[in-house]
Design a protein. Structure first.
Length: 150
């Protein structure tokens, strides 16, 4: 595989093997990791206690709200692509993808968030974090949701 890659794209292989590229990718990876952890911690602290109990209310959007929605989704899309790339390059790909999905607004987002956050280990970590920063734990909708049935 490596020989084929070198024959097909010698410039790309040389670029990826360059020490400056490796240092840049490692630095980028560390920055993304720290940013993802900080963003996730900030987001978990902001959640209302009853966040997992129902669907959030949809609000009417003004012009600025639409502009902010577009900007958030564009940034989220960029993070999603970077996270996918980090699955094969150095970096915290899964964590970056989760941060991207958290930032974006799309149909069934709340359902995906509930499914992920109600995994027993994830739910326990979220509530430990909330307790550590002085916030009450999230309320669980019940055992049927913890088993994955909706």
């Amino acid at each position: 595989m490596e020989e084929w890659l070198e024959r097909t794209w010698p410039g790309l292989v040389a670029f990826l093997r360059a020490p400056a590229t490796v240092i840049g990718l490692v630095t980028f990876s560390l920055v993304c990791f720290v940013a993802s952890v900080l963003c996730a911690t900030w987001a978990v602290r902001r959640l209302p206690v009853d966040y997992l109990l129902g669907e959030p209310a949809r609000q009417r959007r003004t012009g600025w709200d639409v502009a902010l929605w577009v900007l958030r989704n564009l940034v989220g899309l960029v993070l999603l692509v970077l996270g996918a790339l980090m699955l094969v390059l150095p970096g915290q790909g899964v964590l970056t993808i989760v941060a991207a999905l958290g930032l974006m607004d799309f149909h069934s987002k709340h359902r995906l968030e509930r499914w992920l956050m109600l995994r027993p280990r994830v739910f326990a970590v979220i509530n430990r974090l909330r307790l550590r920063v002085g916030h009450p734990p999230l309320l669980s909708p019940g055992p049927s949701h913890l088993e994955g049935s909706h």
